[in-house]
Design a protein. Structure first.
Length: 542
C-alpha cells in the first residue's frame, strides 16, 4: 500500500500532466498539459474583454452552446489525465484499496463541470424562453415566441384594423394560463383551449426589424403589470419609456400616468375604438343638476329640452391608458410576430404620443418585481414623506406588502419596495409614478457586477416566469453593450402628469394628454439632457 498513485492522480487533477511528470513520463505529461496552454490563453482573452464584453458573450446562445460542449470535453480530458496518472504509478495491490479515494477525487474533478453545465443550460433555457428567437430564414418563417396571457383579455379583437392579407399561415404558440386548466379554470375556457392553442392567423411576410444599435439612440418601454389576487386581468399600471443616447451615454426615463384618457392613436388604427368610444362617452357623462339629461347636452332646436349632440370620433383610445393592452392583446393580425400584441400596440401608442420611435417593450409582473429587488439585496431610496402602509401581495395566500419608514434614506426589501411603489391612498397616482421612476433609477445605479452574479439564479427564474418582451435574442449582445454606455450620473426623470401635461379633463375628471407638450418635453430632454428634466435641472429623485 502506497500513496504515490493517489498523489499522482491528485497532481493531474490540479494540473493535467503533472501526475504523468511525477511518474517520470515527460512526453506523456506534455501531451496532457498542452491543452492547458490553450485554455489559459482563452481564459485570459475572455477576462480581458471586461465585464461588458464577457456579459455580451454569455447572452449569445451559440457561445453558450459551444461553452457547454467545451465543458464536456474538458471533463473527459481531466478525468482521463487523473486515471492515466493513477494507472502509471499503481499496481494491482494499490488499485484494490484506492477505489474509494479515486472515486472521491473523480467526483471532485466532475463537480465544477457539473455546476458549469447546470448554469449554462439554465441560462440557455432562460434566454430562449424569454427572448424572441430570430427565424432561420426571414423569408420563410416568423420569430418563435410565447404569447403570455395570464388572465382573459377584456374587450377583444373586434376593433382591430384590417391589415394586408396574403396566403400565409402562422401558428402561434401560447402559454397555458390557469384559466384554461382543468380543475382550476372556467369549464368553458378549458373546452376551447385546443382551438386557442392551434390558432391560425393570416399574416404579412416577416420583415427583419432594423437594428436600433445602428442608430444613435435606443428606446425601450418598461411596463409593470398589476395582475394578482383580486384584480381583473392584467393592466399596465406602470409605464416608463427609457431612452439612451448611445454616443453620450445620457439616458432619460419618461413616465405616463395610467389614468390618461382620450390618448391620440397612430394613423393606422385611429378608427379602431369608435364603438368603445361611444360607450365610454355615455358612461362618463354626468348630470350634476339632476334634470335627467347629461350636463354636456344642450337645447339645439329651441324646445327647451337638451338634445344629444352628434357623435364625432376623437380618433383616440377612450378608456384609461393602462387598458390599451387589454383591448389589443388579441390583435394577432396587426402584430402577428409579436409575443404580446397588446404590448406592441401600447408601444406604438406611446411612441406616437412622444414622437419618438420605441424599439422594444419589456414587462415585469409584480411578483417578479419583488423577487428582483430581493435578489439584488434591496434598494436604497430617498423617502420624502413618512409611509406606514400595506398593499396586497402579488401572490395568492402570501402576506401583504407593508412599509413603515420615515423621511430620509431607507433600505427597502422587495415587498417594502412594492408597497412604496404601489401605494396611492392618501397620496396620488402622480406621486406613485414618481416613486416608481425613482425606484427604477435607484436599482439601476446601485447594482454592481458582484451583486448581479449573486442574484444570477433568481434573475434566470424571473426571466422565465415574470418577463414578457419582444427583444430579439440576437440583439442581446448589443443591448448589453448599450447598457454599459449609460452614464448613471446623467439619467433624467420626467413624469407627464397634470396640470402640466394635460389639455383638460373628461366629464368624469380624467386628464386628457397634451400630446404637443409631451413631444416638446421629449425633444427638450433629448437635446439638452438632464438640465431639461425640470425647471431647476435637478432630479425629482434627489
Amino acid at each position: 500500500m502506497t500513496w504515490g498513485p493517489i498523489l499522482a492522480a491528485l497532481l493531474s487533477a490540479l494540473v493535467p500532466g503533472a501526475g504523468q511528470l511525477y511518474a517520470r513520463k515527460p512526453l506523456r505529461a506534455a501531451l496532457f498539459f498542452l491543452p492547458t496552454v490553450g485554455l489559459v490563453g482563452a481564459t485570459y482573452y475572455f477576462l480581458d474583454l471586461g465585464t461588458i464584453g464577457m456579459a455580451g458573450l454569455l447572452v449569445r446562445p451559440s457561445f453558450l452552446t459551444g461553452l457547454l460542449a467545451l465543458d464536456v470535453i474538458l471533463l473527459v480530458w481531466r478525468t482521463a489525465a487523473v486515471i492515466d496518472a493513477f494507472m502509471l504509478t499503481s499496481d494491482d495491490s494499490d488499485r484494490s484499496w484506492a477505489m474509494v479515494p479515486m472515486a472521491l477525487l473523480l467526483l471532485a474533478v466532475a463537480v465544477p463541470h457539473l455546476v458549469t453545465w447546470n448554469y449554462g443550460t439554465d441560462t440557455l433555457d432562460a434566454l430562449t424562453t424569454t427572448f424572441v428567437a430570430a427565424p432561420a430564414d426571414a423569408q420563410f418563417g416568423p420569430p418563435v415566441g410565447t404569447v403570455r396571457i395570464p388572465y382573459p383579455a377584456v374587450g377583444g379583437p373586434d376593433g382591430e384594423p384590417a391589415g394586408p392579407q396574403i396566403t400565409r399561415t402562422v401558428y402561434r404558440e401560447h402559454a397555458r394560463p390557469a384559466v384554461f386548466r382543468s380543475g382550476i379554470g372556467d369549464p368553458d375556457a378549458v373546452s376551447v383551449w385546443i382551438d386557442i392553442a392551434n390558432d391560425v392567423i393570416v399574416a404579412p411576410p416577416y420583415e427583419q426589424p432594423e437594428n436600433p444599435l445602428d442608430k444613435d439612440r435606443l428606446t425601450i418601454l418598461l411596463v409593470g403589470g398589476d395582475a394578482g389576487p383580486g384584480r381583473e386581468g392584467l393592466r399596465t399600471d406602470s409605464m416608463n419609456v427609457v431612452t439612451i443616447d448611445l454616443v453620450s451615454g445620457e439616458a432619460a426615463v419618461f413616465g405616463f400616468p395610467r389614468n390618461f384618457k382620450l390618448m391620440p392613436l397612430p394613423n393606422r388604427f385611429k378608427k379602431s375604438f369608435v364603438d368603445l368610444e361611444e360607450r365610454v362617452i355615455e358612461k362618463d357623462l354626468t348630470d350634476l343638476d339632476e334634470d335627467g339629461y347629461p350636463d354636456t347636452w344642450y337645447d339645439q332646436d329651441g324646445d327647451l329640452i337638451p338634445d344629444e349632440p352628434p357623435f364625432e370620433s376623437c380618433e383616440c383610445f377612450p378608456e384609461m391608458l393602462n387598458k390599451v393592452r387589454q383591448y389589443t392583446v388579441d390583435w394577432t393580425r396587426t402584430y402577428p410576430y409579436s409575443p404580446d400584441p397588446g404590448l406592441s400596440a401600447l408601444k406604438d401608442v406611446l411612441s406616437n404620443a412622444m414622437d419618438l420611435p420605441i424599439d422594444y417593450f419589456l414587462m415585469v409582473d409584480m411578483g417578479g418585481f419583488v423577487d428582483l429587488i430581493d435578489a439584488i439585496g434591496g434598494v436604497d431610496v430617498l423617502v420624502k414623506e413618512p409611509y406606514h402602509v400595506t398593499v396586497s401581495s402579488p401572490e395568492e395566500g402570501q402576506p401583504k406588502a407593508s412599509i413603515n419608514v420615515e423621511p430620509g434614506m431607507n433600505h427597502l426589501d422587495g415587498l417594502e419596495a412594492l408597497a412604496y411603489s404601489r401605494w396611492r391612498i392618501g397620496s396620488s397616482d402622480y406621486h406613485r409614478m414618481r416613486r416608481q421612476r425613482c425606484l427604477v433609477r435607484a436599482a439601476a445605479t446601485q447594482t454592481d457586477t458582484i451583486t448581479l452574479i449573486k442574484a444570477y439564479p433568481t434573475i434566470l427564474d424571473l426571466m422565465r416566469e415574470s418577463i414578457t418582451t419582444d427583444i430579439p435574442i440576437e440583439a442581446l449582445p448589443d443591448l448589453v453593450w448599450a447598457a454599459g454606455q449609460i452614464d448613471l450620473n446623467n439619467v433624467a426623470t420626467v413624469g407627464f402628469i397634470p396640470p402640466t401635461y394635460n389639455t383638460g379633463r373628461t366629464p368624469a375628471n380624467f386628464p386628457i394628454p397634451n400630446v404637443d407638450r409631451i413631444r416638446w418635453k421629449v425633444r427638450q430632454v433629448i437635446e439638452n439632457g438632464v438640465e431639461a428634466q425640470s425647471s431647476s435641472g435637478t432630479s425629482e429623485c434627489s
